[in-house]
Design a binder for this molecule. Structure first.
Ligand code: NAP
Length: 513
């Protein structure tokens, strides 16, 4: 038997399972885990991460549809401090991303902080104790001095309320809740939606389905996907000379970031639009099909997609693209507005997520009983996507207007985590109980967001997207460069926040950091 290795130091949270913790984090995706790592690096171990599922991974655990991959390159779509020298492909597939996330959990010894099967069903700020009372699984309470919401903006599947859908006798499921027990081989399958998810799984299921009908409402802009295996030589180089990998990463970042110039000046996207049109013309010789697939709105208005196998999949003899709207679903078929009946065994929804309305049903109550749905009755908004006036010690990651259509969300997550750590440090340094963004600061910031969005491609590009709320207001997209976001979050302006020192409790007193 080998000599026993010294056991790694186990730092257990100071609190019991119900808290109070210094920080309660929700979710184990890139956001929640990024926050957990940030806390540990700052020397804070008194936190818990609540996870509704029985394993970590967020987006990359939930989305397991065939062909699921990230359309941002692996060398960029990773934590800046954990570059991973041995990515197998330029565009990482779901399984490799999930493995990366699990490796991170192991390396940073995060498992001891995570409570699985702990779904957060509500959160209320308790004015008497200056703590968040987080309800788990409907009846248990976990308390924390600060609450960090890392659930991500693309979390609640959206399934359209199609007339007659409940009468459908076949199988239905959403792309984010893929039913792997259902064998699609030889079946007549309908796919509703042609967004980022659908264009990844359509080529995969087209190979198996007997017949596949793709229901398209709006054609996406699609650029060729320059995917390839990362060679052994490159990986060796990355391992031995990390600066080379950093150079690749920075180069990819700059190429992605160049798209932001076009969001305000769509003329600058002409070259990219021409590339997309060339890609379509090259892959789809059929003129009628090409016409259906040609977008009639400005590139960038919706997320621009990358794929080199979607168009060829639509050319297969067993695949049909229909642009007729769905009129009705019957027991074994979908009827389109032109009166045609499409017999189907299964309907797969690639119809995206509730984003701007995701909090409509959420039970989040801030100070003095302020409910988030009341605070947000005119639309969701926060300061830098992180802090909401009236909700002290609550921090959102990837909250309102911090989404990107053109670059890695992990960049934003890392900036927001640093910002939250500064908020907690400031609260600690002041010996305060509550830190809240000033309403005037939040208002000013959101006026800037809307001013920057005016005339930008999401609002004026001639399309509808999940960036916009029901009034056509941009509530999801960050309207400037990621450099701008980094600069704004790099150093917290103490004047933006109010700190209250009325510590009304004894058990959570002490440092937040
Ligand atoms: P999505 O981009 O919002 O696309 C939803 C699709 O469903 C659109 O084609 C939409 O048509 C269609 N649709 C929605 N409601 C419909 C209805 N009632 N009738 C007919 N069609 C309907 O959703 P997603 O593909 O799941 O992607 C969501 C986001 O997840 C993406 O924008 C992206 O940010 C992220 N994502 C990223 C990756 C990645 O590789 N990084 C991969 C997948 C997803 P309209 O266009 O007409 O609304």
């Amino acid at each position: 038997m080998a000599d026993a290795q010294p056991a790694p130091a186990v730092v257990t949270p100071a609190a019991g399972p119900g808290g109070p913790y210094k920080v309660v984090i929700v979710g184990t995706g890139f956001s929640g885990l990024g926050m957990a790592i940030g806390l540990k690096k700052a020397g804070v171990h008194d936190f818990v991460v609540l996870e509704k599922a029985d394993e970590v991974g967020g987006t990359w655990r939930e989305n397991t549809y065939p062909g699921c991959a990230c359309d941002i390159m692996s060398l960029l779509y990773s934590y800046s401090f954990e570059p991973k020298a041995d990515w197998s492909r330029m565009f990482p597939e779901q399984e490799e991303l999930l493995r990366y996330i699990k490796d991170i959990v192991g390396k940073y010894e995060l498992a001891q902080h995570i409570r699985f099967n702990a779904e957060v069903t509500g959160a209320e700020y308790d004015d008497a104790t200056d703590t968040w009372r987080v309800t788990v699984n409907g009846d248990e309470v976990v308390r924390g001095r600060a609450l960090v919401a890392g659930m991500g903006p693309l979390h609640h599947p959206s399934i359209p309320d199609l007339p007659g859908l409940s009468s459908f006798a076949g199988r239905t499921f959403h792309s984010a809740e893929w039913d792997h027990s259902y064998d699609l081989t030889g079946r007549r399958v309908a796919v509703i939606g042609t967004g980022a998810s659908a264009i990844q799984f359509v080529p995969q299921i087209a190979k198996r389905a007997g017949h596949l009908t793709v229901f398209q409402r709006t054609p996406p802009w699609i650029l060729p996907k320059p995917d390839r295996r990362i060679t052994g030589v490159e990986r060796t180089l990355f391992r031995r000379v990390p600066a080379v990998q950093r150079g690749y990463r920075n180069g990819i970042y700059l190429v992605q970031e160049s798209f932001v110039l076009g969001f305000k000046n769509p003329r600058l996207l002409r070259a990219a639009s021409s590339l997309a049109k060339w890609h379509l013309a090259r892959q789809v010789p059929d003129r009628d099909l090409r016409r259906k697939l040609t977008p009639d709105y400005t590139m960038g208005c919706k997320r621009t997609l990358v794929s080199s196998d979607y168009y060829p999949a639509l050319m297969r003899p067993n695949v049909e693209l229909t642009t007729e709207a769905v009129a009705e679903v019957r027991e074994h078929s979908i009827v389109t507005r032109d009166g045609r009946t499409h017999d189907v065994d299964a309907i797969i929804f690639g119809t995206g997520f509730h984003v701007t309305d995701a909090f409509d049903g959420a039970h989040i109550v801030g100070r003095n009983g302020l409910r988030i749905r009341d605070a947000w009755k005119d639309g969701i908004e926060a300061h830098l996507g992180v802090a909401v006036a009236g909700f002290p010690n609550l921090f959102l990651l990837l909250g309102p207007n911090s989404g990107l259509g053109h670059n890695s969300m992990i960049f934003i997550i890392e900036a927001q985590v640093r910002y939250v750590l500064q908020c907690l440090a400031m609260l600690d340094a002041a010996g305060g109980a509550r830190i809240s963004v000033k309403p005037s600061v939040q208002d000013r910031f959101n006026q800037w967001v809307q001013r920057k969005s005016e005339g930008a491609v999401w609002v004026a590009g001639g399309c509808d997207s999940w960036y916009l709320d029901r009034n056509g207001v941009n509530r999801a997209a960050w309207p400037a460069s990621t450099l701008n976001f980094w600069l704004r979050t790099r150093r917290l302006d103490p004047g933006d926040f109010q700190i209250d020192r009325t510590v009304a409790r004894d058990e959570t007193a002490g440092s937040a950091l």
